[in-house]
Ligand binder design. Structure first.
Ligand SMILES: Cc1ncc(COP(=O)(O)O)c(C=O)c1O
Length: 439
């Protein structure tokens, strides 16, 4: 369905609510444009002035099964009538247990123990505590450009935008390494971008900053999300796995953004055949309800009763929504369809790259795709202002997009999208890019 713009946003109703928001709500969130939502369905959003948008944000990769999926809504409604807060910390109930059983069916063999929380940051926080508890080591390694959340542990790992860290330190002992970025490699060669990072960890970090015997975990996003939708070479994770195995370090895969079939497989790390020791999932797993999970093998999740918990962890409404999400994701061919639609989107973006010099790079797997804008392809100077203008133009045409990194635009529609809507989105971006280039 094409967008239906009745009033140039923000319309009068939106303006009024934005004024109230500015008076009473913490303004610490960075919003890209003044969209005030009223309702949502499938791949469409409606604002309070009656405009309908085609959405390629999925609420930051949350609504993988589509906005307001009726099966998720039904599951939540039915569960709400029975038991919403089951006080899982103190009492047991079946829904969280059933959810955990189902979830482990999707995960690599052996990932059989689930810790419940309410968000991405919290499930990462749990991974850090678990890694320290299990290894009795203090340090962590994560990556420049990485985003893992904003609580203290998760923020200590995060190094994607300095405003997120400014005046909040000191942090946990985390050492950052460059991420394997083929478009902007550490060394000269895109093909060895991962080898160069591994060399940096072994020759620089382990020799000058921390002994590997003191490192509890390497925490990595299989595809870097907020940092710019960077797809590393498929050999990157296996090489990290090797380092971890050599020094007894745990590998933590933060799949908060890349998980739940966003890339066509349940976990993005499956593309490189790597099994992390601890997997973090949130966002899409709750289908719009707050749910985070940290999953590990039995022998790693060896912390005793009382060592970690949360009042709302294992919430019945979130787990009922999660169960409905898993039911949808396990339908035959779900992942293949995502891959096919992802190829269609990526090819469309590549065609746009041929027509628009602003697009320096096109990348992605499945429906986790992006374009990086540059002022000149030779210098790869990030086109930050242009990126903002393209997103704003698209918004005014009824197409919602989000930025990532310095000058990247991500394309992450609900996974239920049809090719016709992808074509509509591509046409709007084409127009927005042309306007930005003054054509
Ligand atoms: C990879 C990754 N980890 C963790 C988080 C934090 O999630 P939350 O905002 O739910 O705390 C995010 C959020 O964007 C993320 O992309």
């Amino acid at each position: 369905m094409k967008p239906d713009m009745r009033l140039t946003p923000p319309g009068p109703a939106a303006v009024e609510i934005l004024k109230r928001d500015a008076r009473v709500v913490s303004q610490s969130m960075a919003r890209e444009y003044p969209l005030v939502l009223h309702r949502a369905e499938g791949v469409n959003l409606w604002d309070v002035d009656g405009n309908r948008y085609l959405d390629f944000t999925a609420g930051i990769a949350v609504m993988n099964v589509g906005w307001n999926n009726p099966r998720v809504i039904h599951a939540v409604e039915e569960q709400a009538k029975l038991l919403s807060h089951g006080a899982f910390l103190d009492f047991c109930s079946e829904i969280p247990v059933a959810f955990a059983e189902q979830l482990t069916e999707f995960l690599p063999e052996g990932h059989n123990r689930v810790y419940f929380s309410n968000s991405g940051a919290e499930c990462v926080e749990a991974a850090l505590k678990l890694a320290r508890y299990h290894t009795k080591r203090k340090y962590f390694i994560s990556f420049y450009g990485g985003f893992h959340g904003r609580t203290y542990g998760a923020l200590s790992l995060t190094a994607s935008n300095v405003i997120q860290r400014k005046h909040f330190g000191p942090f946990l002992p985390v050492i950052h390494a460059p991420y394997a970025n083929p478009y902007r490699p550490l060394g000269r060669d895109a093909a060895t971008s991962d080898v160069d990072v591994i060399r940096y960890i072994e020759d620089h970090i382990f020799r000058t900053e921390v002994s590997p015997e003191e490192v509890a975990a390497i925490v990595v996003e299989p595809i870097q999300g907020e940092g710019g939708y960077i797809v590393p070479p498929l050999t990157f994770l296996p090489r990290l796995r090797d380092i971890c195995d050599e020094y007894g370090i745990l590998l933590v895969a933060d799949e908060v953004q890349s998980g739940c079939f966003r890339t066509g497989t349940f976990l993005a790390s499956e593309h490189s055949g790597v099994k992390a020791d601890i997997v973090c999932l949130a966002k899409a797993i709750g289908g719009g309800m707050p749910l985070g999970v940290t999953v590990a093998r039995d022998e790693i999740m060896d912390w005793p009763p009382g060592s970690h918990a949360s009042t709302f962890g294992g919430n019945n409404l979130s787990c009922a929504a999660g169960l409905a999400v898993l039911e949808i994701l396990q339908e035959r061919g779900f992942g293949e369809k995502v891959l096919e639609k992802g190829r269609y989107l990526l090819e469309g973006l590549q065609r746009l790259q041929q027509e628009h010099d602003l697009i320096g790079d096109v990348r992605g797997i499945g429906l986790m795709c992006a374009i990086e804008l540059v002022t000149k392809r030779e210098t790869k100077e990030p086109a930050c202002d242009e990126r903002g203008r393209v997103i704003r133009q698209a918004f005014e045409q009824g197409f919602t997009l989000l930025p990532a990194g310095a000058s990247t635009i991500r394309f992450i529609p609900p996974l239920t999208i049809e090719k016709g809507d992808i074509a509509t989105g591509l046409a709007i971006v084409d127009k927005a890019l042309s306007r930005c280039e003054g054509r």
